[in-house]
Design a protein around this ligand. Structure first.
Ligand code: ZN
Length: 151
């Protein structure tokens, strides 16, 4: 984040605070057809991701759980980002998001609002907090019964 404009960094941090304070799509989903749980033992983040898929498109996404500000904000931003996308688009977004946080450079990548989490890259322990919701979502999509873990 050292090369980031200070005002941009502030805006990014404010967005993360906002999503932590009032997470979007933060509820259980009675009619979900995909559910998966995730756990990050390093930080203590725990969450459950719910998806409703219609004709291969994510019609609704939500989550519940508890954890640090980064994991909660990331889950909140993720649910907003995936609604209306096809399963293939969601998987592509997961790959791009993961690559952004693990330092693989790609100038063509456009993650939109998810880029507010790019600064997390500088804090390796926090990367697991930010990617946990996505690993959990991936498991929900692929129907893996295994609990998503960051280890
Ligand atoms: Zn965390």
């Amino acid at each position: 984040m050292s090369d980031m404009h200070p005002e941009l960094r502030e805006l990014y941090q404010e967005t993360i605070f906002d999503h932590n304070r009032s997470p979007r799509n933060f509820h259980e989903m009675a009619d979900a057809d995909r559910v998966a749980q995730g756990h990050n033992p390093l930080c203590g983040d725990e969450l459950t991701v719910y998806l409703r898929i219609r004709d291969g498109v994510v019609e609704a996404a939500s989550f519940v759980g508890h954890g640090c500000a980064i994991s909660k904000a990331s889950a909140s931003l993720m649910t907003e980002a995936v609604i209306g996308k096809t399963e293939a688009e969601v998987e592509a977004l997961f790959r791009d998001f993961h690559a952004m946080l693990t330092g693989e450079e790609d100038a063509d990548r456009d993650l939109g609002k998810l880029e507010v989490l790019a600064g997390v890259k500088e804090f390796p322990v926090r990367v697991k907090c930010a990617t946990l919701p996505w690993h959990t979502l991936h498991n929900a999509l692929t129907g893996s019964a295994e609990k998503a873990k960051t280890e």
